[in-house]
Design a protein around this ligand. Structure first.
Ligand code: C2E
Ligand code: CA
Ligand code: CA
Ligand code: CA
Length: 277
């Protein structure tokens, strides 16, 4: 079908159309993923650095694609946003995380599950009520759930963000600011928001082990957070050097491959059991 007279422009358009077909197929697959229950959650333990115990887990979504295998968020979340399906995904993730939480409670495991909210969740003004209904339908206390928001959630529409966070927090749900340090908001701005903890982005934690100045920056950020009455979580802890330094600096919680990667609920169960023995 290619013509010898094709101009660069035509070539460009034909390439673009082919790309469009792929996107369309992926979009259809994405809708199927939601209706056919192909989205699953992996859980990464969050360690209390004061006691060494597991305080909770973060739920991270994966797509069990029928042909392509296990897909990670960076392979499909942008498309989810573009397709206007983020609301549906968030509902699905909340539902699955809270169903799992019921199972943990039945096993006597006291784990808080943290769910990530995208900035587009702000559109949903009923979020606090819906989350409240989901908790009470399962007889779960508000402390069973944490919500992680990013700075773009806060900056998109400040008044709306404040309103939604205030209502969530009034019901007892704790709020964490994810990827802290990568955005434009300052601690001075965050000081006035109803939040509980800051999650220091992994890009600050990775260089700690080899770079004294990076470590000093982390140490002083922890102190600033504490000065504002906020807890600090470090993510991306990949080795014992970073872990020990964070303990020394008084960091409250940590997550990272050094302790565990995000794993299935079944693998988490084994991991938790092995940890106790
Ligand atoms: P995030 O919320 O900042 O999650 C941390 C990411 O870092 C996760 O990647 C996790 O697997 C990874 N990670 C954890 N510890 C380490 C470590 O020690 N070293 C390294 N190199 N990486 C580590 P993942 O699971 O691929 O998720 C990527 C992002 O996708 C998340 O970043 C979050 O922004 C988003 N995401 C994941 N699940 C959901 C969801 O259910 N809803 C929404 N809206 N976003 C989600
Ligand atoms: Ca997160
Ligand atoms: Ca993060
Ligand atoms: Ca991130």
């Amino acid at each position: 079908k290619a013509k010898s007279t094709l101009s660069g422009h035509h070539v460009y358009r034909s390439v673009d159309n082919r790309h469009g077909d792929v996107r369309l197929r992926t979009l259809q697959e994405l809708r199927l993923a939601l209706t056919e229950d192909q989205l699953i959650l992996h859980y990464q333990p969050k360690i209390n650095l004061t006691t060494g115990s597991v305080s909770g887990v973060e739920a991270l979504v994966r797509w069990e694609h029928p042909d392509r295998g296990l897909l990670f968020p960076d392979q499909f979340l942008t498309l989810v946003e573009e397709a206007g399906l983020m609301h549906a995904l968030t509902q699905e993730v909340l539902r699955k995380a809270l169903d799992q939480s019921v199972l943990w409670a039945a096993q006597g495991r006291n784990l808080t599950v943290a769910v990530n909210l995208s900035a587009s969740s702000l559109i949903d003004g009923d979020l606090p009520e819906r989350v409240g209904t989901m908790l009470s339908a399962r007889d779960l206390p508000a402390t069973a759930l944490m919500l992680e928001i990013t700075e773009d959630f806060l900056m998109a529409d400040r008044d709306r963000a404040r309103d939604i966070l205030t209502r969530l927090r009034a019901s007892g749900i704790k709020i964490s600011v994810d990827d802290f340090g990568t955005g434009y908001s300052s601690l001075a701005y965050l000081r006035d928001l109803p939040i509980d903890e800051l999650k220091l982005d992994q890009s600050f934690v990775f260089p700690m082990a080899d770079d004294a100045r990076a470590a000093a920056l982390v140490a002083s950020t922890i102190d600033l957070a504490h000065g504002l009455g906020l807890k600090m979580v470090a993510e991306g802890v990949e080795n014992s050097v970073a872990y020990d330094e964070l303990v020394r600096y008084g960091c409250d919680f940590a997550q990272g491959y050094f302790m565990s990667r995000p794993i299935s609920a079944a693998a988490l169960d084994e991991w938790l059991t092995a940890r106790l023995n």
